[in-house]
Write a protein that binds this ligand. Structure first.
Ligand code: ADP
Ligand code: MG
Length: 712
């Protein structure tokens, strides 16, 4: 039998040169943000008054003066052209999970057959892309095909480079003719406003002077890298982003030797290149390391203002993908590209600050302690009341393979506080208990909290919503999912808690602040403590315990997105003007439609691979085994005949099952139900994976897990 394409791929990977260390050289922090129209560029390229007005909008959220648009556009274009750009685009986040761009040249024909580069204020502020090919969940059809993109001056324009030029990208929001949000940025911006207002109101109750509120996000990004040669031999990866077949190799992640291990030369070269590109885009990529699964890695930036951090995470994913390709690698952002090893998530580190004060920093004086406990309590209340709403944002065909699996966070949303803080909360809710004697007498606003540990050892990695020292870390979001949706709902849920608390504190007045607060925290913690869980979130016991506590465990995508239709959720989100009932319904429809389509694509490609790649090899191997067996019997061979017979039978039975199960998958695809397709795919996979063990290795058409995960 001739060598398979797969074997050629292995040889090609083996022939790749291993990059040696670079000579000692320069990399300067001065390049940070050089491709961003940030404060330095604004001051350099805009007239002083215009620059001041724009910076007031960018830094302090002042409304944008429309009169400056033309000047800003001109200066921005001059800057971009100086940096090599010839085109511009409104850059936005439609509901398809990615970003969108449509380039227009600055070029304008002028007199005498000549041309100039020009960019008008109108083109900066407003675009009118055809919206009809973006998901809208039914909104579009009731109005018209046109959509509008509107400049978001709070996220700076930036330059995207390609092989022979560059494009000026202008972050924008994307709405329908009727003003409904067709994107992820519009409602995110609305939710940030809502939370800022509620925070200001609550802080006023503590007698604090008005200060700027900042919602912050640090999005840790996990991903896999595999060699492009293997990727190209895997139609399932090319079409769906995950492997639909592949027997678990004897060695995968059980030796626990990959996490934080030395980073291989080829990978670290890629990381360095990606990070330098991110730095030029003003993205503070900070941490890089090997993750738990083989061939899995993580990138973490320094946290930033939420809207900017969300845009930056979209760029992080894009830069990782493109940079991998340049390095002969493929970056897989799917939530579960390989069965049986860890999947990839996106840890969503969220916090709110007021002036220079991080409201989730416990601090070390009674005043900061009482603010901290209030905010903590507000978040606990928010999660207990609306965990289902938060869960809708992590739904999807990819993350469904990850959440609730063996190596992943559960689909239940629970809050981890850690032992010490857990005891403080116990003490506040029920009086002193256990070792929390000091905390037992805790008088809010008067006493100081016992010191809370801030070290990583106390961090529970199995919790879905964990307090980690000075922020909450939501670990359910999938690696490929934009950060916008989770934070949008989180902001609204917490704004609602802040407002309910403010109602009571305002009614009580400043003299009774501490007494009112004490009673309020006690009542609210008692009511919502069921959502607090400090144990092992991956254990089966927890699923059972969560059920007893009445916490939702929404496993499948259809279940997980249903809360978007819940009238109480719709009332909350629309009360804050973040999404109307119609917009919530449209998002529900978009999510279900996308899920159905993705599952159908997976089923289709699984069937094609099984029938056109695996079946012929299995037929060949069976026929060879059967022929050999016949000859061995005819020749009167004795020892070994039973082994040959067993081998031929395994292959024959596999072939038999493959054919029946493919027919069942074919039927499920015709029926169209997602659950049926997934079940039929799982059955086909079982057979294919078992054939992988018995078929001739040299003929096996799909790169194996042991190759993809280890040869790079
Ligand atoms: P890990 O959780 O992996 O131990 P860190 O706690 O250092 O790592 O940080 C994880 C992420 O949380 C980083 O992106 C970091 O910038 C971010 N982060 C830290 N403080 C805040 C904050 N106040 N608001 C939002 N994100 C934060
Ligand atoms: Mg983390």
């Amino acid at each position: 039998m001739s060598r398979s394409d797969r074997t050629h791929a292995i040889h090609a990977v083996a022939a790749r040169p291993v990059p040696g260390p670079a000579p000692a050289s320069r990399s300067s922090p001065d390049d940070f943000g050089c491709d961003v129209f940030g404060e330095a560029a604004i001051r350099k390229y805009l007239p002083k008054v215009v620059a001041e007005k724009l910076l007031a909008t960018v830094n302090a959220g002042a409304p944008l003066d429309p009169a400056i648009a033309a000047d800003v556009a001109h200066g921005m274009k001059e800057w971009a052209v100086d940096r090599g750009a010839t085109h511009y685009t409104h850059w936005f986040m439609p509901l398809n999970g990615g970003t969108a761009e449509k380039h227009d040249a600055f070029l304008e024909p002028s007199a005498n057959g000549k041309a100039v580069f020009a960019f008008s204020g109108k083109n900066l502020v407003l675009g009118e892309p055809d919206a009809s090919s973006f998901p809208s969940g039914g909104i579009r059809s009731t109005f018209e095909a046109r959509g509008y993109t509107a400049w978001d001056p709070t996220s700076p324009a930036f330059i995207k480079r390609h092989a022979n030029g560059a494009t000026l990208c202008i972050p924008t929001a994307f709405c329908s003719y009727g003003g409904e949000a067709l994107d992820r940025k519009t409602p995110l911006l609305r939710s940030i406003q809502a939370l800022k207002r509620a925070t200001t109101r609550l802080m006023k109750c503590f007698g604090l002077p008005e200060e700027p509120v900042r919602v912050t996000l640090g999005a840790e990004q996990e991903y896999f890298l595999i060699d492009r040669e293997f990727y190209l031999q895997r139609p399932d990866l090319v079409q769906t982003g995950r492997t639909l077949f592949g027997a678990p190799p004897p060695r995968h992640q059980q030796l626990e030797d990959h996490y934080f291990g030395a980073i291989r030369p080829r990978i670290v070269k890629f990381m360095q290149e990606a990070e330098e590109e991110l730095w030029r885009l003003g993205i503070p990529a900070k941490t890089r390391h090997n993750e738990v699964a083989p061939a899995q890695f993580e990138l973490a930036p320094v946290f930033e203002e939420l809207n900017l951090a969300v845009d930056h995470n979209m760029l992080v994913m894009e830069v990782l993908r493109q940079c991998a390709e340049r390095n002969g690698l493929v970056c897989l952002l799917h939530e579960k590209p390989f069965a049986g090893v860890n999947g990839s998530g996106k840890h969503n580190n969220w916090s709110v600050s007021y002036g220079r004060r991080n409201l989730l920093d416990p601090g070390d004086d009674p005043e900061q302690n009482s603010i901290f406990l209030t905010v903590l309590c507000a978040v606990v209340r928010a999660i207990d009341l609306h965990a289902d709403l938060l869960r809708t944002t992590t739904a999807g065909a990819g993350n469904e393979c990850r959440l609730g699996g063996n190596e992943a966070p559960p689909a239940v949303v629970s809050v981890f506080l850690g032992d010490q803080l857990g005891e403080v909360v116990q003490a506040l809710a029920h009086g002193s208990r256990g070792s929390a004697r000091r905390a037992g007498t805790l008088r809010v606003g008067v006493d100081t909290l016992p010191p809370l540990p801030r070290d990583a050892a106390d961090r529970n990695r199995t919790s879905t919503f964990a307090f980690t020292g000075n922020k909450f870390e939501f670990r359910q979001p999938g690696a490929s999912q934009p950060c916008a949706a989770s934070n949008m709902f989180l902001n609204v849920m917490v704004a609602d808690s802040f407002d309910r608390f403010a109602d009571q504190l305002e009614a009580a007045g400043p003299e009774r602040l501490h007494d009112t607060l004490q009673a309020l925290l006690r009542r609210v913690f008692r009511k919502h403590e069921r959502v607090i869980f400090n144990g092992d979130g991956y254990s089966a016991d927890w699923a059972e315990e969560a059920r007893k506590r009445g916490l939702p465990n929404l496993r499948t995508t259809p279940e997980a997105v249903a809360p978007l239709l819940d009238p109480a959720n719709q009332a909350l989100v629309s009360r804050y003007g973040v999404l109307s009932k119609v917009e919530m319904e449209s998002r529900h429809e978009v999510a279900l439609e996308e899920y159905g389509r993705k599952v159908a694509i997976e089923g289709g490609i699984a069937l094609e691979i099984a029938r056109s790649m695996v079946m012929p090899v299995a037929v060949d191997c069976y026929s060879k085994a059967a022929t050999t067996l016949g000859r061995a019997v005819a020749d009167g061979l004795e020892s070994g005949v039973e082994g040959l017979r067993a081998q031929a039978e395994r292959l024959g039975r596999g072939l038999d099952a493959l054919s029946t199960r493919c027919d069942a998958l074919h039927k499920a695809l015709a029926d169209g139900g997602s659950a049926g397709i997934l079940a039929a795919m799982a059955a086909v996979r079982e057979t294919v994976d078992s054939l992988e063990h018995d078929a001739d290795d040299a003929a096996w058409p799909l790169p194996k897990y042991r190759e993809m995960l280890f040869l790079y």
